[in-house]
Design a protein. Structure first.
Length: 278
C-alpha cells in the first residue's frame, strides 16, 4: 500500500471521518436486502475510507478486495452501525499499514461478534423504549388535534438517536485505534480472533434458532409425533439442517436468489403434502 494513502486517511479531519460513519449508520436501512441485509449501506459508509487508503490505480485490486469484504452479511440496530463503521475504519487502517502481519479476517470476526450484543441493547433501547415513549406522547397529542403530536414524536426519536449515532462513530474510530495498539503490544491477536470466532458462531446459531421456525406436522396417531421426537434429540434440528443445506449450496456456487426461489416453491410443495409447516 502506498504511504500516501495511509497518510491521506490519517490526516483527514476527524470530524469529516466521523460524519461519514455517522451517515453510514443513519442510512443503515438503505438498500436492505434479504440476502445480506444491511451490507450495502455498510459498504457505502466505509467506501470513502477505502478510497483514501488505496488511491492509486495499481491498488485497484486491493481496493476491490476490501469493498467485497465490506459487502459481507451485516445486520444491526442502525444507530449502533456507526460505532462498528468507526471501529472497522480503524482496523482497515491497521491492515493497510501492516498487510503482512494483520489478519483481515479479524475485521469480519469483530463485525459478526458485535452484531448480536449491540442489536440486543439497541433494539431494547430504541425500539422497545424510545419509540414507545415518543409515539405515546405523539399519539396522545395528535388525538387531541394538536400538530405537536407528530413533531414531538419525531423530535424525541431524533434527539436520542442523533447523539448516540454521532458519538458512537467517534468512539468506535478512536477506541479502535487504541484497541489495535494494545493488541500489537501484547500479542493478543490469536486469542481475540478465537474469541470473536466463537462469539460469531453463537450469534449465527442464535439467529438460526430464532428466525427459522420450520417444523414438521408428521405423526402416527397420538403415539408418535415426529416433531416431539426430533426436539428430544436436538431442539431446532430441522432449521439447523435446512440452514446447513442452504450454506452448502451457496458455498458450491449456487446463486442466493436461486436458493431463495427454490425454498419458496419447495416449501409450498412440502407444506401442501403436510411434511413441513411454519
Amino acid at each position: 500500500m502506498s504511504r500516501e494513502g495511509l497518510e491521506a486517511q490519517r490526516n483527514y479531519p476527524l470530524n469529516k471521518k466521523v460524519r461519514e460513519y455517522f451517515w453510514g449508520g443513519w442510512c443503515m436501512q438503505a438498500l436492505w436486502n434479504y440476502e445480506r441485509q444491511m451490507n450495502t449501506a455498510f459498504m457505502w459508509g466505509i467506501s470513502k475510507t477505502l478510497d483514501r487508503l488505496y488511491p492509486k490505480p495499481e491498488e485497484d485490486e486491493k481496493k476491490k478486495e476490501r469493498y467485497k469484504s465490506a459487502l459481507e452479511f451485516f445486520n444491526i440496530t442502525p444507530q449502533f452501525g456507526a460505532f462498528v463503521l468507526g471501529l472497522t475504519a480503524a482496523m482497515e487502517e491497521e491492515y493497510a499499514e501492516n498487510p503482512d502481519t494483520f489478519d483481515p479476517n479479524m475485521i469480519k470476526s469483530v463485525k459478526v461478534a458485535l452484531m448480536g450484543p449491540l442489536s440486543g441493547v439497541g433494539d431494547s433501547l430504541f425500539q422497545g423504549t424510545v419509540r414507545v415513549i415518543a409515539m405515546s406522547i405523539g399519539v396522545s397529542l395528535a388525538q387531541n388535534g394538536s400538530i405537536l403530536g407528530p413533531i414531538l414524536a419525531m423530535a424525541i426519536s431524533f434527539g436520542v438517536s442523533f447523539p448516540i449515532t454521532w458519538y458512537g462513530a467517534k468512539l468506535g474510530y478512536l477506541n479502535g485505534q487504541k484497541f489495535l495498539s494494545q493488541i500489537a503490544n501484547s500479542n493478543l491477536m490469536d486469542k481475540i480472533m478465537f474469541g470473536c470466532s466463537v462469539a460469531g458462531l453463537m450469534v449465527i446459531g442464535g439467529m438460526v434458532a430464532s428466525l427459522v421456525t420450520i417444523t414438521t406436522p408428521l405423526a402416527y396417531g397420538e403415539t408418535l409425533i415426529l416433531q416431539e421426537v426430533l426436539d428430544g434429540i436436538l431442539p431446532k434440528m430441522i432449521p439447523l439442517v435446512l440452514t446447513g443445506i442452504m450454506y452448502f449450496l451457496v458455498k458450491k456456487g449456487v446463486k442466493p436468489m436461486v436458493v431463495i426461489i427454490s425454498c419458496f416453491f419447495v416449501g409450498i410443495i412440502l407444506n401442501y403434502f403436510g411434511i413441513l409447516a411454519i
